[in-house]
Design a protein around this ligand. Structure first.
Ligand code: ASP
Length: 343
């Protein structure tokens, strides 16, 4: 190890990025991460010391769950003091959820945790994995007077670094698979790495890192559509163990004004179950009260998700319920930006 260079830890969880084609069957399978240098010898040329830890059984990120989030967080927590930055290799399918969750788990984070992955496996001739991985490591290595430049959970994909909890996977085929509709990208890779310093998250460096590990998963996501049925929705909202609901509404937070629907939400909130309103539009914000079709939601105590993504809203709800935030303060805290996830 070279003493003056940043130390970067790669955490390999699985996903396409770490897969190679089995020469016999042609099927994609995870490769032994110890062979990383064989596939990306360029890593040796980077100005940093790289170490890697792999999940024992790498997963397709469609199998991601809160226990794996805790696994990722604990690997980073256990190595926090020994490294300057962390790069999490993760399948793209649920990467925005995981990046959101990790952002809530790490309170007072002062080092970069950069999620990345790829659309094509690392061994593929046309792979996007090399650029994504190499530049993610470079982003995690950026320092100013010996301190990391990026002090938040980011997501790097196809030449852009985004705030992780602002992203959504928008394309299953294009290399440009992610978008951050409501917040500008944090950095861009061109001939130079161009960092948007004003848009970076600025944590209070004096506060001690706290890693939160409790999530409540008994929650529901309801996407509204014209014709949504009372006979389906009423029993769902009345499930005895439901702890919270996110509804994806229309436009700026609008819903049907049918009496059964408003009454159902009202009774559910009265039972102490928080309901968060997020828009099903890709960009823009919930603004209850702008239209008549959202005024009642405001008066019955529906929480505004403002311009949060659905991914971040679900992670924030699981996190806040896991933290046992009281129902009295739940609305106020949810409507407050905790990690730059909402404007
Ligand atoms: N299904 C894969 C995963 O999310 C896709 C990818 O890696 O991009 O693990």
């Amino acid at each position: 190890m070279s003493a003056n260079q940043p130390n970067i830890l790669l955490v390999y969880t699985g996903g396409t990025i770490g897969m190679i084609k089995d020469p016999e069957t042609g099927a994609l399978k995870s490769f032994d991460f110890k062979n990383l240098l064989k596939y990306i010898p360029e890593l040796k040329l980077l100005d940093c010391n790289i170490e890697a830890i792999s999940f024992d059984d790498p997963i397709d990120s469609s199998n991601m769950n809160v226990n794996y989030w805790v696994d990722i967080a604990e690997i980073i927590e256990d190595n926090y003091d020994g490294f300057d930055g962390f790069v999490v290799l993760h399948g793209s399918d649920t990467m925005s959820y995981s990046a959101s969750a990790l952002s809530f788990m790490f309170e007072n984070l002062t080092k970069p945790i950069i999620f990345t992955g790829s659309q094509l496996p690392i061994g593929d001739l046309r792979t996007d994995a090399k650029e994504n991985l190499i530049t993610s490591i470079q982003m995690a290595s950026l320092q100013n007077r010996g301190k990391p430049v990026i002090k938040e959970v980011g997501l790097y994909f196809e030449y852009k670094l985004y705030r992780g909890n602002r992203t959504t996977k928008i394309n299953a085929e294009h290399f440009e698979a992610f978008e951050s509709m409501n917040y500008p990208h944090l950095a861009e890779s061109g001939v130079h790495l161009k960092v948007e310093f004003d848009d970076l998250y600025k944590p209070n460096a004096r506060k001690k890192l706290v890693v939160h590990k409790q999530f409540e998963t008994d929650i529901l996501l309801i996407k509204l559509f014209p014709g949504i049925s009372e006979s389906v929705l009423v029993p769902l909202c009345n499930l005895p163990h439901i702890k919270g609901i996110v509804i994806e509404t229309y436009g700026s937070g609008n819903t049907t004004t049918e009496l059964w629907f408003i009454d159902l939400l009202k009774l559910t909130i009265k039972r102490g179950i928080p309901i968060v309103n997020v828009t099903q539009c890709a960009g823009g914000s919930v603004n209850m009260g702008q239209y008549e079709t959202s005024t009642q939601l405001q008066s019955i105590g529906v929480i505004s998700g403002k311009d949060i993504t659905t991914e971040a809203a679900l992670a924030k709800m699981m996190f806040m319920l896991g933290e046992k935030v009281s129902s009295k303060t739940f609305k106020t805290i949810f409507e407050t930006s905790l990690r730059g996830e909402m404007s």
